[in-house]
Design a protein around this ligand. Structure first.
Ligand SMILES: Nc1ncnc2c1ncn2[C@@H]1O[C@H](COP(=O)(O)OP(=O)(O)O)[C@@H](O)[C@H]1O
Ligand SMILES: [Mg+2]
Length: 302
């Protein structure tokens, strides 16, 4: 049974439709990604799941609870990351942990949590003096302090440097490993590809695709690109005719073949038959970035 169920969700601000009929399920124990460009409706959807906004239409259930009607019960099982402005700059890490622990009936040990998140030495540090990465880790700690079954993390790594981002990714993986379900809102494709079991690609308030990152990548027209410098002259037409090949082009002295796994095998077999070696052979796979561009672009054309 899914732990989060969203059915036919609509949310309008005035005459602007922010969420335009969205349905998805999050399974217990997974990291589910809500992915999309700015203004796609990600935060509004996450806020409806967290009970911070009331849907105009549709239903949301978290472990069977209605986030608005069952608000109090919901806070016991769902942790949402705070926005920056919600913490006093002078509050220390320890004070923030104690304050937020007091909101929940069965909080976890805040000191142990801080140590697990690499904040053990910063307990006496005021919020304003923490680095960007430490602030994000504190927000994660505050989302986890009530021992939730689900956490909602919205653009958690925005503004972090690459190292801080990678550390935060490791933390999110640890959260999942401890059995907590994660709803992760992000516009970073690399982050989603690395972390998410399944992702929903949002565009203009709608879900344009939903699946595992691998499924979405496999759906892109150009899944694999093989390129090489042929040791002897080779007719590009012979490559174009191979199974799975979508396009062949020249890039200086290299031949670039766009296709899929099947076309890579066919290209290598052809070269072997012709006695031509593929010098400086490179095979690159499409990423979620390519899939995202493909999915959102094709929708715009229709
Ligand atoms: N409080 C609000 N009042 C009016 N419009 C809003 C409000 N919040 C969001 N919007 C609009 O709704 C759309 C979706 O916003 P949002 O859910 O924040 O998207 P995302 O998180 O994907 O960037 C955007 O066009 C945004 O401008
Ligand atoms: Mg947002």
């Amino acid at each position: 049974m899914p732990i989060v169920e969203v059915r036919g969700l609509y949310k309008r601000y005035g005459d602007r439709t922010a969420v335009d009929g969205v349905s998805f399920d999050v399974r217990e124990g997974e990291i589910f990604g809500i992915l999309g460009s700015n203004g796609a409706g990600k935060t509004t959807t996450a806020e409806c799941v967290s009970g911070l906004r009331r849907p105009d239409e549709g239903t949301v259930r978290v472990a069977g609870l209605d986030p608005i009607a069952d608000r109090v019960a919901l806070t016991e099982l769902l942790g949402a990351q705070l926005q920056q402005s919600e913490l006093q700059p002078k509050m220390t890490v320890r004070e923030a942990l104690e304050l937020y622990a007091s909101f929940y009936p069965h909080p976890v040990d805040g000191i142990a949590l801080a140590e697990r998140l690499g904040l053990g030495h910063a307990l006496g540090t005021r919020f304003a003096k923490l680095s960007g990465g430490q602030q994000q880790r504190l927000f994660i700690a505050l989302a986890l302090i009530g021992a939730p079954r689900v956490v909602v993390l919205d653009e958690l790594t925005t503004g972090l440097d690459p190292r801080g981002r990678r550390e935060t990714w490791e933390l999110i993986e640890e959260i999942r490993a401890s059995g907590v379900t994660v709803l992760l809102v992000t516009h970073f494709m690399e982050e989603a590809q690395r972390l998410c079991d399944r992702v929903a690609i949002f565009d203009s308030g709608r879900i344009e695709a939903l699946g595992t990152p691998t499924e979405l990548i496999d759906r892109t027209s150009t899944a694999v690109v093989v390129s090489f410098r042929p040791s002897a002259s080779l007719d590009p037409e012979a490559l174009s005719a191979l199974p799975g090949v979508l396009a062949v082009r020249r890039d200086h002295d290299r031949l670039v073949v766009e296709g899929n796994d099947e076309s890579v095998e066919a290209v290598l077999a052809l070269l072997a038959r012709e006695g031509i070696s593929p010098r400086r052979l490179r095979i690159t796979e499409a990423t979620l970035d390519d899939a995202f561009l493909d999915i959102t672009a094709s929708e715009k054309l229709t």
